[in-house]
Design a protein around this ligand. Structure first.
Ligand SMILES: Nc1nc2c(c(=O)[nH]1)N[C@H]1C(S)=C(S)[C@@H](COP(=O)(O)OP(=O)(O)OC[C@H]3O[C@@H](n4cnc5c(=O)[nH]c(N)nc54)[C@H](O)[C@@H]3O)O[C@H]1N2
Ligand SMILES: Nc1nc2c(c(=O)[nH]1)N[C@H]1C(S)=C(S)[C@@H](COP(=O)(O)OP(=O)(O)OC[C@H]3O[C@@H](n4cnc5c(=O)[nH]c(N)nc54)[C@H](O)[C@@H]3O)O[C@H]1N2
Ligand SMILES: [Mo]
Length: 901
């Protein structure tokens, strides 16, 4: 039923539930707004959007007034005009005119101009009310007009609560929650800058000379959330990034990386020409020479040692199209299934467990289910730092009343809003999750209807789980018995309940088992195939989901099609026999290199040396290779230490294509810039080399052509044409051009049939246990400002915000080992050591340490060990037994501690 209105004498119709402001905008009647932002609840406080209603005696704010049938609205009466004029005159009286001149496009400046106002003559910025402490955000509160949008967006969207209103005599002032913005709790998401209508809060680099001349809509190059952004360019440089308001996941929000960490594109040490190493020196080469050398050296290895002597690594940072071409090259030109990507080291266990139990190895639900869930269980995922937009959405959901269960050894940020925090001992997920299943079964909290209709193995599971009493698990995982019971009851009783998990569940010797144990909880409680529920791995890099899905995995072809199942179709379409031997995964490639079986490695957008565990072992493996081709933006550490040939790829700001995010959404990536120097999109580099090797099937001339080949081969992608993706991203599977895409998997049946089977999983402790010699457990993981090995973020001002890896330690342990905040210590494991500055923090539990791995100098992976998940070989990055040694004096500057030792 629609609502009928009369606006300025003309009849209009609209949907019920709209606000007067939104209707005015629809019919293109402008009223000025200052405090309004579509991302925020309207307050009507600034009173600039007042309109008059015939039924009311007074004026009402359009932004905060819902439409009613029969409303008669006037927007430009003399009374309104005079009200607005006096309001803006009052604001202009104390407003610097220089700001209006310099940044004419700011919303408030446009309003002033429309009223012929200029502001007062005054120097900019006002030193008294400025704050230039932050590398990304400049503050000049003399331009503040008290609209409070910064306060509200920080609170309501990001959830950080940095900005506060202070009464100062007659004045109000908006101040951060620290002595300066730099020392506040600000996480530099830029939301306050984005909403500020005046520039009181502004990007630190902004000036009239850095105003973009072109905007390009694209997808963020960092994590697997898949935020969309407008990239502002001027000439051949990125000068600004702004969030896309109608983006399906980010909904007008970004985090510090997407918003600000783009200057790596223009870094001075970006390599934009092919290079060849000769007698340990790199020299520049032309593309034609580099291509010929690659072709020839690959051919020599194939002829001498066979195709399986070569391994290829696709890139989770590159597009679907890039990765499709990469695996096609490995399989049809080299002739090997030795192709993998770094899904191996993060969520391969999620994919394996989901595939095994539910028949499809992908997240079951969508990020929009966060707002639909009554309970959110977060297991081993530090979402506010590692997937900040999802983290912010989870935090807001919890603040609005959703139950939040956090399972993490550390007191991560989300614990502040959690219903309960289960601080388990690292490596004991299976015990804890089994005990939760025990409580659900023994307390009669199962969804019996769902079990009867869709689940197999129920009786056997009930027998198995009887032994997993909370008391039994508590002795293993260190979590209080009552807390285990409480969490299980909350999850089971307050549905729909969704689980969100990260590497704290997967990067263990029981990674796949851990995920399967989590899926058990969803099966027992019927939390699958419905909104607000499901099992959802928070995928790591921008396109790690896509890289694996495109077939950069030894055992699967594009569309995650198992090799043997897809063989007939792919052999026909590619017109080549597919290799018959089982392919090696990344870790097996390293093993094979160490014993001389693997001779060549082509690593695309993946710094294996820095990021693989046990750097000593990795170095040994990489050193044994005859040929190491590195294709990257930078001479990364793998290239620097072991590379033979370097091929310059361009970043996703410089190419077209698609990414697949953690909720299976395929989104467009659009070139905002031409490729830097001679760099090229990865697909183009690989296709040209294929042609140099005389191969057919690589005559692509655009990313769209590649995508159309993917669509022809994979039914799940068939409906996703570029034309459709240009309108909006679509969630896989989308089998036809009139199919809307799939937001929720397993509504009926599961990926492999009508029934899923509960898994009986025994707990197997890791051999990394504290001993007198190595009394601590080291957890490694991430922090907000740096991304993985810091290759990109390390070349931005994010480094000001997070200069170095640190070793987090609990206050009690710091006393025991006699270290103080900031002091450097050596962390020693049986595999190697690294030297790190200490940060004493109550976020850490007793006996546990936490370190990131962003810095190539510190090489934290010198200390991590070689244990792997038994199913997928994913390394056990999350637990290493270590000791902490004090480093007395500052070592000399050529100190090699922590490097390869
Ligand atoms: N800012 C930033 N964002 C990133 C990245 C980055 O480097 N920086 N990297 C991206 C990539 S590649 C990935 S894969 C994702 C990873 O994102 P996350 O999955 O969040 O990764 P981590 O920080 O490695 O680990 C998550 C949590 O697991 C906890 N944990 C450790 N051991 C255990 C355990 O035994 N059980 C449980 N339940 N928890 C445990 C740790 O304390 C940590 O808080 O982030 C992506 N996003
Ligand atoms: N100790 C410890 N180690 C870990 C982990 C941990 O938790 N603890 N986590 C592991 C995990 S989950 C991951 S994913 C890995 C991450 O390891 P990496 O994949 O090595 O890390 P990234 O920083 O994502 O960098 C990938 C490379 O891609 C390049 N690049 C970016 N865009 C493009 C492109 O379009 N084309 C090409 N060719 N190159 C591009 C970058 O310059 C960079 O060198 O680290 C793993 N290592
Ligand atoms: Mo990852």
């Amino acid at each position: 039923m629609s609502v009928h209105l009369i606006v300025n004498g003309r009849p209009h119709e609209c949907e019920p539930g709209a606000t007067v402001l939104s209707v005015l905008r629809q019919i293109q009647i402008e009223v000025p707004t200052l405090c309004h932002d579509d991302r925020l609840q309207p307050t009507g406080e600034c009173r600039s959007c007042l309109v008059s209603l015939a039924q009311h005696a007074r004026l009402v704010p359009a932004c905060a007034t819902p439409v009613e049938d029969g409303m008669v609205i006037e927007t430009d009466t003399p009374e309104l005009e005079s009200h607005r004029r006096s309001l803006f005159e009052m604001l202009a009286r104390h407003y610097p005119s220089a700001a209006v001149e310099q940044f004419p496009d700011k919303p408030f400046h446009r309003v002033l101009r429309a009223y012929g106002l200029t502001g007062e003559a005054r120097a900019l910025p006002d030193a008294d009310r400025g704050d230039r402490s932050h590398p990304y955000i400049a503050v000049d509160m003399s331009r503040c007009i008290d609209c409070y949008r910064c306060v509200r967006i920080c609170n309501d969207v990001q959830g950080q609560r940095v900005w506060h209103v202070r009464e100062r005599g007659l004045e109000t002032r908006i101040v951060p929650d620290g002595p300066s913005l730099r020392e506040s709790s600000c996480v530099a998401c830029g939301a306050c800058v984005d909403t500020c209508p005046t520039g009181a809060l502004e990007d630190a680099g902004a000036s009239p000379l850095t105003m973009p001349s072109k905007w390009t809509r694209t997808t963020c190059p960092y994590c697997g959330v898949g935020c969309e952004m407008h990239v502002g360019t001027r000439g051949d440089r990125i000068v600004s990034v702004r969030p896309v308001l109608d983006a399906p996941v980010s909904k007008g929000h970004l985090c510090v990386k997407g918003r600000y960490a783009f200057s790596f594109v223009h870094a001075e040490d970006r390599i934009t020409q092919p290079m060849i190493r000769e007698r340990d020196r790199w020299r520049r080469a032309s593309w034609s020479e580099a291509r010929a050398v690659v072709a020839e050296r690959l051919q020599v290895l194939i002829d001498r040692h066979g195709a399986d002597s070569i391994g290829v690594l696709g890139s989770a940072r590159a597009t679907n199209e890039d990765n499709y071409v990469i695996q096609k090259f490995a399989r049809t030109v080299i002739g090997t299934n030795n192709v993998d990507c770094c899904a191996r080291v993060c969520h391969a266990p999620s994919a394996a467990a989901l595939k095994r139990v539910l028949g499809t190895g992908l997240a079951t639900n969508s990020f929009d289910d966060i707002e639909r869930a009554r309970t959110i269980l977060v297991c081993g995922a530090n979402a506010t730092e590692d997937h900040p937009i999802v983290g912010a959405r989870i935090r807001q959901a919890a603040r609005r009343g959703a139950h939040l269960i956090v399972i993490d050894p550390r007191r991560i940020e989300l614990t502040a809003d959690a219903t309960c925090h289960l601080a388990l001992k690292p490596g004991t997920n299976v015990a804890l999750l089994n005990a939760m299943a025990h409580v659900i079964v023994t307390e009669g909290l199962c969804a019996t209807g769902f079990l009867e209709a869709r689940v197999d193995g129920v009786e056997a599971f009930k027998q198995f789980i009887a032994d997993w009493t909370p008391a039994h698990a508590a002795a293993i995982c260190g979590v209080d018995v009552e807390a285990i019971r409480f969490a299980a009851r909350v999850y089971a009783a307050h549905g729909p309940a969704m689980t969100v998990h990260g590497l704290g569940l997967t990067e263990h010797v029981q990674g796949t088992d851990g995920v399967a144990a989590l899926i058990n909880l969803a099966l027992l409680t019927g939390n699958l195939g419905q909104a607000g529920a499901g099992v959802n791995p928070l995928r790591g890099q921008n396109n790690v989901q896509g890289a694996a899905h495109m077939g950069c995995e030894p055992g699967s072809l594009p569309g995650s099609t198992p090799l043997e199942e897809g063989r007939p179709l792919f052999e026909r379409q590619w017109d080549r026999p597919l290799p018959g031997t089982r392919g090696l995964n990344l870790l097996e490639m390293m093993d094979a290199a160490s014993i001389g079986r693997l001779k060549g490695l082509w690593a695309i957008g993946y710094d294996v040396f820095l990021t693989n565990p046990n750097a000593n072992e990795t170095a040994k493996a990489l050193r044994s290779l005859d040929l190491v081709i590195v294709q990257d933006l930078f001479l990364n550490e793998t290239a620097r230490e072991f590379g033979t040939i370097f091929l310059p790829a361009c970043s996703s700001f410089e190419k077209d294509g698609t990414f697949m995010n953690g909720e299976r959404r395929i989104q467009r990536v659009r070139a905002a810039l031409r490729p830097m120097g001679e760099s090229e999109p990865d697909w183009q580099i690989v296709a040209e080399i294929a042609r140099a090797m005389g191969a057919g099937g690589f005559g692509f001339s655009s990313s769209e052509q590649i995508w159309d080949e993917v669509r022809a081969l994979c039914s799940g992608a068939r409906g996703m044409t570029y034309a459709r993706l240009d309108q909006a991203g679509l969630q896989w599977p989308c089998p036809a051009e009139d199919h809307p895409g799939t937001a929720i998997l397993h509504t009926q049946p599961f990926g492999h049939g009508p029934h899923a089977t509960l898994q009986r999983i025994d707990y197997r402790p890791t051999s990394e246990q504290p001993t007198p010699r190595y009394p601590f457990l080291l957890i490694t993981g991430r922090s907000l400002y740096q991304f993985n090995a810091g290759t990109m973020t390390g070349r931005t001002l994010n480094t000001d915000l997070r200069p170095s890896d640190v070793l987090d330690i609990s206050p009690d342990d710091a006393i025991d080992v006699r270290v103080r905040d900031g002091e450097r210590v050596r962390v020693v494991s049986q595999y190697g050591s690294t030297v790190l500055p200490v940060r004493v923090t109550a976020a850490m539990g007793r006996g546990q340490l936490f370190a990131t791995f962003q810095s190539k100098e510190l090489l934290v992976n010198a200390a991590t060990g070689s244990h792997r998940d038994s199913v997928t070989n994913t390394p056990e990055y999350k637990v290493t037994a270590v000791r902490v040694e004090r480093v007395e004096a500052d070592p000399p500057s050529d100190d090699q501690d922590g490097r390869h030792t």
